[in-house]
Design a protein around this ligand. Structure first.
Ligand SMILES: O=C(O)/C=C/c1cccc(O)c1O
Ligand SMILES: [Fe+2]
Length: 313
């Protein structure tokens, strides 16, 4: 088994509310290099850890972790819609292995996924179907969350499973870094918003368009005095990247969910996908060599935007 890891921020505002042209070009170049790397590696399986943003998962039944044997992209913002090429048997086997190793995970035989999963898949592979994939969704947006130590443990068990495969496996984490788009909270929400958060699947095209307009409008003022959202925190982002570079993943066990929300924004918890991805790599093959491919706080995209790669040492 050979393994590579890619962790990337995602942002549905890419192409909809862009920063200066030189920044867009810089990110385009970083993503092109990442895609070329993946092409060269030619994975036989992609395991992607991703969040959902109230498109597939709602409070009518909100699992901390879910593994999909079938996944359809809702095609929100500018992302591709349609089915992903999920390796059904592999996903089912992996779910059994995870449960057997004392980590609880939900199973979905028909999951809707959003830009949180599909944007990165498309950026890294050019489509939703190029390689067999197993999507693992980590709740990072809808509190309460499983603690970071459980996310690390989930990653470890997935890594142990990957170690049993005779395949080239690409492990992907998508989301973060620091950021806070205008995603509503159930606690204290007006009735209509609460109803949406509990069972808002398959919104009308008008409702989806209104949501997207709200995000674009938020991006236009993010990081200014006009925005009520917690701003990007480049210092927090760099410390998190340094932690992953150091390989001291146990340090995340001390992460406080409340402190992170306050210091770096509520959606920063999407970095849970990076924690799981790095823990999987470390558990599968031991010490790793990681690099920071890119980092820049980009207000227009509501993203502490980072890209990291790693492989076994
Ligand atoms: O939930 C949404 O509609 C918007 C999400 C968003 C915005 C900016 C950065 C991200 O990582 C997002 O997921
Ligand atoms: Fe996100």
């Amino acid at each position: 088994m050979t393994i590579k890891l890619k962790c990337l921020s995602h942002t549905p505002l890419r192409g909809l509310n862009d920063p200066a042209a030189d920044v867009v070009a810089e990110v385009d170049a970083v993503l092109a290099a990442a895609r070329a790397d993946v092409e060269k590696f030619d994975p036989e399986l992609i395991v992607i850890f991703a969040p959902d943003h109230y498109n597939g998962l709602f409070y009518d039944l909100m699992p901390p972790f879910v593994i999909a044997t079938h996944a359809d992209s809702v095609g929100d913002y500018r992302t591709l819609s349609g089915p992903l090429s999920v390796d059904r048997e592999m996903a089912q086997e992996m779910a059994g292995f995870i449960l057997d190793h004392d980590v609880d995970i939900a199973l979905s035989h028909r999951l809707q996924v959003d830009h949180g999963c599909t944007q990165t898949l498309e950026e890294l592979t050019g489509s939703l179907t190029r390689y067999p994939v197993v999507p693992i969704i980590i709740n990072s947006v809808a509190p309460p969350f499983a603690p970071y130590r459980r996310v690390r443990r989930l990653g470890e068990v997935v890594g142990q499973f990957i170690a049993t495969l005779d395949k080239r496996v690409l492990i992907v984490g998508t989301g973060g870094l620091s950021h806070e788009p205008p995603v509503p909270l159930l606690d204290g929400a007006p009735e209509a918003v609460g109803e949406f958060l509990i069972c808002g699947r398959n919104p009308t095209p008008e409702a989806r368009a209104a949501r997207q307009e709200r995000t674009i409008a938020a991006g236009k003022i993010y990081g200014t005095a006009l925005s009520a959202q917690t701003p990007l925190n480049a210092e927090w982002d760099q410390a998190f990247i340094d932690l992953l570079l150091s390989g001291r993943l146990e340090a995340v066990d001390d992460f406080s969910i409340e402190d992170i929300s306050e210091e770096a924004g509520r959606s920063t918890h999407e970095v849970r996908t990076w924690v799981a991805a790095f823990a999987a790599l470390a558990a599968a093959r031991g010490p790793y060599e990681a690099r920071r491919d890119y980092y820049r706080p980009i207000n227009e995209w509501i993203a502490g935007y980072g890209v990291m790669s790693a492989e076994p040492r």
